[in-house]
Write a protein that binds this ligand. Structure first.
Ligand code: PGA
Length: 252
């Protein structure tokens, strides 16, 4: 997305840290991460902790916030779901779409992912579109084919000019929450395939799209992954829950 200073460092808290824990987190985190203009930090708390997180970070407009999911419909009888409009009203500026857990635990399809990307764009939310292959797909040499299919499907409903407004995260499924990180070389190779497909879909304007790596990023491997050619940032799950480790990654 145009205007985001790279690297982009994003924390996906998943179903962790409610409002009280989020408040405690920020007390510790803000003391360890001072505002910097050479990077962008985005946090994705649970929807129910977003207000508490934003209130705790009131004095820190450098920190950006998003939600982990939206429903594809505008509004209505979808018990338990959050709409793009509601997320935006609550102060989210970003939304994770197509995360591996949405796809593989909740059975979200490429078509639903595409609808969510469209809905996010319609409400001015930046979609952080997650793509990535499963281990058997990697072993069969399908990595590039899978991420290209996911990109094409998810971005199909956008005008080429709107494509530059998304962020992409490459998250190999086998690396998420497993402690098995992609090597910087593997990450670079996948990012290169993603970059050339984004070019094909969105033209030169798509060069503004940051491509983040995610999957077992820690304070110890963050710098090496950020140094890999083509890696414009990181999407971090487990290691973003601890304020010290997230501060170290934020400062990487
Ligand atoms: P992890 O999760 O850092 O815990 O592997 C990453 C993610 O799912 O975004």
């Amino acid at each position: 997305m145009a205007g985001l200073v790279r690297p982009v460092l994003a924390a996906n808290w998943k179903m962790n840290l409610g409002p009280s824990a989020a408040t405690t987190f920020f007390e510790a985190y803000l003391a360890r991460y001072a505002p910097r203009d050479d990077r962008t930090v985005i946090l994705f708390p649970s929807a129910i902790a977003l207000a508490a997180a934003r209130a705790s970070a009131r004095a820190r407009p450098d920190l950006r916030f998003g939600v982990q999911n939206i429903h594809s419909a505008e509004k209505g009888a979808f018990t338990g779901e959050t709409s793009a409009a509601m997320a935006s009203d609550a102060g989210a500026r970003f939304v994770l779409v197509g995360h591996s857990e949405r796809r593989h635990v909740f059975g979200e399809t490429d078509a639903q992912t595409a609808e969510k990307v469209r809905r996010a764009a319609a409400h001015g939310l930046v979609a952080v579109l997650c793509v990535g292959e499963k281990i058997e797909e990697r072993e069969q040499g399908q990595t590039d084919a899978v991420v290209i299919r996911q990109l094409r499907a998810a971005l199909a409903g956008l005008e080429p000019s709107a494509i530059a407004e998304v962020v992409v995260a490459y998250e190999p499924v086998w690396a998420i929450g497993t402690g098995r990180t992609a090597t910087p070389e593997d990450a670079s190779a996948a990012h290169q395939a993603i970059r050339s497909e984004l070019r094909a879909l969105g033209g030169a304007a798509s060069d503004a799209i940051p491509i983040l790596y995610g999957g077992s990023v820690t304070a110890s491997n963050a710098a090496a992954l950020l140094a890999a050619p083509g890696v414009d940032g990181l999407l971090v799950g487990g290691a973003s829950l601890d304020p010290e480790s997230w501060a170290a990654i934020s400062n990487a």
